[in-house]
Design a binder for this molecule. Structure first.
Ligand code: SF4
Length: 325
């Protein structure tokens, strides 16, 4: 009798890749280059993706870590992750033309921090130390905010338990781990207040849910994304927690180690919110070249959200168009 044939398959998650905030931020730099000419400076990586940054660099964008790397009077774009008020003030003081590509869903969290600050409410910010988004949000109310990175950190918090506190979070965290942290906070701080709406954004939530849907059926989950991309790294963790046999993060198909495919019949593929889909297509082609069939897409939901470009850029685009007519 023949041994049972195991059929190879590739499942690709949807939604994956670009979210509305990343799309807007990348188009902002492209339009800024068209409107003002190169170079256009960008403070920090516009989005956390190597390919996107390298592509924009070739077109004339110059990425700097801080504003002191930007010559006075130049145009500078602030990244999708947001900046603190101190960065806006420094840009004004140095007479830079600043275009703010902060994702509106990050700006929403900034506004929540400002409001709680005005209401005399201290804040636990759930997020990762050193991440640009956390630095930007913390800058809105530096004396109020205590960073909480992991559920276990709650035990160590030396904060009075008898006054009103609120929690906010970075937009790109693991939904499950964040809720665990919130539950631990609520046990210790009974007066804990919730943000008015979810801080973990729709794109992060959808990509995690879509991965959970296919993870239990795959031996290997390949996540396309950069190592400094918070939401991409979370997708690897979520895939493993949801039952994928193994999971790896790659920037490009060329980073896939052939050894990962040994004995593997079912592969899942997804990508972080800052990843152009051509990189996912590269991974699917790589798998096909190694005997896997064309991928089947498993879509959790449709996404139709779009954000308009930053107003300061829209104004100049409109003026430019008027001049040409
Ligand atoms: S991941 Fe979410 S918060 Fe971040 S840019 Fe995309 S939509 Fe905005």
């Amino acid at each position: 009798m023949n041994a049972p044939q195991t059929k190879k398959q590739v499942l690709v998650a949807a939604p994956r890749g670009y979210c509305a905030g990343v799309d807007r931020a990348v188009i902002t730099v492209e339009k800024a280059l068209e409107t003002y000419g190169a170079p256009v400076y960008v403070r920090k990586q516009i989005v956390h993706n190597r390919h996107v940054v390298e592509t924009l660099e070739k077109r004339g964008a110059i990425f700097v870590e801080e504003l002191d790397g930007v010559p006075e009077g130049s145009t500078v774009v602030f990244s999708a992750h947001g900046v603190s008020p101190a960065v806006h003030a420094e840009a004004a003081q140095r007479q830079l033309k600043a275009i703010d590509a902060t994702c509106p869903l990050v700006t929403k969290v900034h506004r929540e921090a400002v409001r709680f600050d005005k209401e005399d409410v201290d804040i636990f910010l759930i997020g990762h130390a050193g991440h640009e988004e956390v630095e930007g949000t913390t800058g809105e109310a530096p004396d109020r905010i205590t960073l909480v990175e992991h559920p276990d950190d709650v035990d160590e918090l030396d904060v009075p338990t008898d006054r009103p506190m609120a929690w906010l979070s970075q937009t790109t965290l693991s939904v499950d781990e964040t809720m665990e942290t919130v539950n631990r906070l609520r046990e210790k701080f009974p007066l804990l207040m919730d943000p008015p709406s979810d801080d973990i954004c729709y794109a992060t939530q959808n990509r995690q849910q879509a991965v959970k849907q296919i993870a239990p059926r795959v031996d290997l989950m390949i996540v396309v994304g950069s190592k400094n991309s918070s939401n991409s790294v979370r997708l690897v963790e979520v895939a493993l927690e949801a039952g994928a046999g193994a999971s790896h993060l790659v920037d490009y198909a060329t980073e896939i180690d052939e050894a990962w495919l040994e004995g593997v019949t079912s592969v899942g593929v997804t990508s972080g919110a800052s990843v152009p889909d051509e990189l996912v297509q590269g991974v699917l082609a790589f798998l096909e070249e190694r005997g896997f069939p064309p991928a089947t897409e498993e879509r959790l939901t449709e996404e139709n959200l779009t954000f308009s470009l930053p107003p300061e850029l829209r104004r100049d685009l409109k003026a430019n168009t008027a001049l040409k007519h």
